[in-house]
Write a protein of this length. Sequence first.
Length: 467
Amino acid sequence: MDNKTKQQILSKLPKVDALMAEIDIPDCPHSVKVQACRQAIDKARRRVLDGEPEAGSPQSVQRNALALVEELMQPSLRPVINATGVIVHTNLGRSLLPESVIDAMTAVACGYSNLEYNLEAGARGSRYSHVEGILCELTGAESALVVNNNAAAVLITLETLAKGREVVVSRGELVEIGGSFRIPDVMARSGAVLREVGATNRTHLRDYRAAINENTALLMKVHQSNFSVVGFTSAVSMQELSELAAEHGLNVFEDLGSGTLVDFSRYGLQHEPTVQESLAGGADLVSFSGDKLLGGPQAGIIVGKREIVDRIKMNPMNRAMRIDKLTLVALEQLLLLYRDPAAAVKKIPTLKMMCSPYEEQKRRARRFAARLRKAVSEGLTVEVVKTVARAGGGALPLLEIPSAGVSVKGPDDRFSAASVERSLRSTKPPVIVRVEDDSIIMDVRTMADSEFVTAARCIAAATGEIK
Ligand SMILES: *Cc1c(COP(=O)(O)O)cnc(C)c1O
């Protein structure tokens, strides 16, 4: 194509105003239309100059403008279908909230509330009062405090109790949990001085004892949430550590990581240490996440001795880590469900997904497969497969939860699982799947029944070209 032809095509490209008049999408803000039209015209100009005359056609420019409008109108944070089988998937938003929690959040979000107002006294109240009672009731702690997340809980605890002084931690517990949270780094930021003891695989009580000096502020235990040391290992129990601490007038703080209020070993899963056990073992203070295995909103929960929790409450940092009212109402409603543990396991989605038996998942996978076979082209093979689901969220790293899913594969020459996986990330809603041996694998354990129809439609769209 010579320059003259190019210039001719360019001169016929629509003007922004003219193109805008052709875009008839109700509720589309003016500014979005302008942006989309400008970008569509610019794109057409570039492509024509690159030697693609058809990119300058009115239809092509208009099509692009419409696609851009749609893209710009789409919110950035939006729901996806998690078909990965990773239950507390940090990248996909960790825990799903139970219905009663969402209802309570809606009510508080739409109107005023007694967030910091004591209705009985008709005077200012404390926002923390709404969850402190139930946390103490459930865990047996004297006192409780909640902040934005467990990372904040660890930071404020160390800053309050150990700034400028030493904190003794086993070398086997210097965890990195991802997202740049490392115990040694957080310790440094808090102003506390890390005093490592023991070896990666073995730490003994005598190691802690030898490290204690006049500058020791705290003994700390960190749950090895996302890894496991096996073989020739030894760790000191909370019981032993708290006895040692008491001998020296020190406190023990445990960062439980995920933390849970239910004993998973009762449901045929591995044991994950519970908050109650840590406190019963003698921990003076325990911190854990609200949105890992607890199954609630993002929060950092601190429970323990009143005198210590009070000091943390008074720390000015607490104001900077203050939990908002929506999280607070969600957390209270969630905790109320734990009063009846058997019901909690059925109503809290994270617990339900963790504890649901394999047989049930297999039945669900069969239903999803039947749905899927009706939706996709006949050339694709849809099968029920056995899968391994995971707790995720840095909890129970070795636990393999027997689960079921559906695999989709196609005629070898025309099906690429990698490219279907990519397409599925832009369907509405996106479906996040695993790829294994050039098949798409969808684990139903992390999918809701109500998502089966939608997911089938998305798979059909993503594989539409394959016959
Ligand atoms: C996950 C985790 C944290 C951080 O908790 P967030 O709620 O994600 O901030 C801290 N410590 C341990 C051991 C963890 O597993």
